[in-house]
Design a protein around this ligand. Structure first.
Ligand SMILES: Nc1nc2c(c(=O)[nH]1)N[C@H]1C(S)=C(S)[C@@H](COP(=O)(O)O)O[C@H]1N2
Ligand SMILES: [Mo]
Length: 410
């Protein structure tokens, strides 16, 4: 908001200065018949609105603001130049532990359904950054310290690149995603297993006597994100990611490094532009979003979305493919069902599972009959829990409820 507010204030100030030049002339109640421009009620010539003066003032204001804009932009570019160069030099080594190939049947090839792997440019972005941080990897360091960290350490980017890397497909979800919303994406991440880094620094999870139960990650832009140490070290593929879909992290997604944790919403796990990891406790520190009323702990809720048909679509009667995605990271999706209007729940075809940390695509052919219809989806995760139809808001720990789409078949 700050740039917009400053801009609006500057604009208002300029406008009032310019307008004050206009209003010092008092016009006569009736238009003059003599046709002279200077006609007024007797104000001395040269005072008030002099058209040339006004145009000059306005034009120089426009020129000045354009110059400031150009200067600001070039300042911004030069600030990021070293960072861009450092990203350009990164060569991601082959991971020691590659992701298994995406199963052939993971994509149902239904037009309109989200692709199994979300391209970086289409990947949703949620953060508080007014300006995307452009970090120069050369000078970047990650520090690990805090309670129970018997061997605090600082890592440079190259230290991390030289370690054993893992590569995993993990679906990320934002707690602020409404039912049916767009803030979910699946990428192939490359990085360092976080549990290894933590163990190297002497960190033990609470279940093995560690004194800290919360890991607080800090980013270069001051964001703080708290994750449960227990889950980070319970064997899941929690990682410090350096690569996304085969390239260094895009700046928007956290270059040079970010956290990615299967099964936890981004605001309690996925710190971008990370530079500091502190082991502390949930009792002693509330990170950024928790201070604002969001939950301390937030596992991702089982969810599903209809990607096609789109809301208010007008398909023609006959066979219409209903398709979308369903996710229950780190539990896995076992079943997706679709209901037309108030009919019975019908089993959708589930595309092959990549891992339980990724979403699954699903589809169901529907013999569509003329008229308005409501399509509803629900997923069942591997714990057997059926996605609830109880609607909740996103605050404090994620929306629940089932996604419905209304269509008119013609
Ligand atoms: N530094 C920083 N990291 C952050 C955030 C942020 O605002 N600042 N937002 C978090 C939230 S709420 C989510 S959902 C994920 C989104 O990651 P993405 O933008 O790469 O999709 O980043 C997380 N990491
Ligand atoms: Mo989020």
């Amino acid at each position: 908001a700050i740039p917009s507010v400053l801009g609006a204030l500057a604009g208002a100030l300029l406008l009032s200065v310019l307008v004050s030049r206009l209003t010092t002339v008092r016009r006569s109640p009736a238009p003059p018949v003599s046709g002279t421009e200077e006609a007024g009620d007797g104000s001395p010539a040269g005072e008030g609105w002099d058209r040339r003066g006004f145009v000059l003032a306005a034009a120089s204001a426009a020129a000045a603001s354009a110059a400031v804009g150009v200067a600001g932009r070039s300042l911004n570019t030069s600030r990021g130049r070293d960072a861009v160069a450092s990203r350009g030099r990164v060569v991601l080594p082959a991971p020691r532990s590659p992701a298994r190939p995406v199963p052939a049947g993971a994509g149902p090839r239904v037009p309109g359904v989200s692709p199994f792997l979300t391209p970086n440019d289409d990947f949703y972005r949620v953060d508080t950054a007014l300006v995307v941080p452009k970090v120069d990897a050369t000078g970047w360091r990650l520090r690990i310290h805090g309670r129970g960290v018997s061997r605090p350490a600082t890592y440079a980017f190259d230290d991390l690149l030289r370690r054993e890397l893992i590569e995993r497909d993990i679906t990320l979800t934002c707690v602020s995603n409404e039912v049916g919303g767009p803030y979910v994406g699946n990428a192939r991440w490359t990085g360092v297993r976080l549990a290894d880094l933590l163990a190297e620094c002497g960190v033990r999870p609470p279940s093995r006597g560690g004194p800290g139960d919360q890991l607080v990650a800090r980013s270069v832009d001051g964001m703080t994100i708290g994750s449960p140490v227990e889950e980070l070290m319970d064997g899941r593929d929690a990682m410090l990611a350096l690569g996304m879909n085969g390239e260094p992290l895009p700046f928007e997604h956290g270059f040079p490094a970010r956290m990615v944790v299967p099964g936890l919403y981004g605001f309690v796990s996925a710190c971008k532009w990370i530079e500091d990891i502190e082991i502390t406790t949930f009792a002693s520190y509330d990170p950024y979003w928790v201070k604002r009323g969001w939950a301390r702990r937030a596992p991702i809720k089982t969810g599903s979305r209809i990607d096609t048909p789109k809301p208010f679509a007008r398909p023609t009667s006959g066979t219409v493919m209903i398709a979308g995605v369903a996710w229950a990271q780190h539990r896995g999706i076992d079943k997706v069902e679709v209901r037309v209007d108030d009919g019975p729940w019908q089993m959708a075809h589930l595309a092959a599972e990549d891992t339980r940390d990724t979403w699954r695509q699903w589809s169901m052919p529907w013999r569509a009959t003329r008229g308005g219809h409501t399509l509803t989806v629900r997923a069942t995760d591997r714990t057997g829990a059926v996605q609830t139809d109880r609607r909740t808001r996103t605050l404090p720990d994620g929306a629940s409820g089932r996604h419905s789409v209304v269509v008119t078949v013609e």
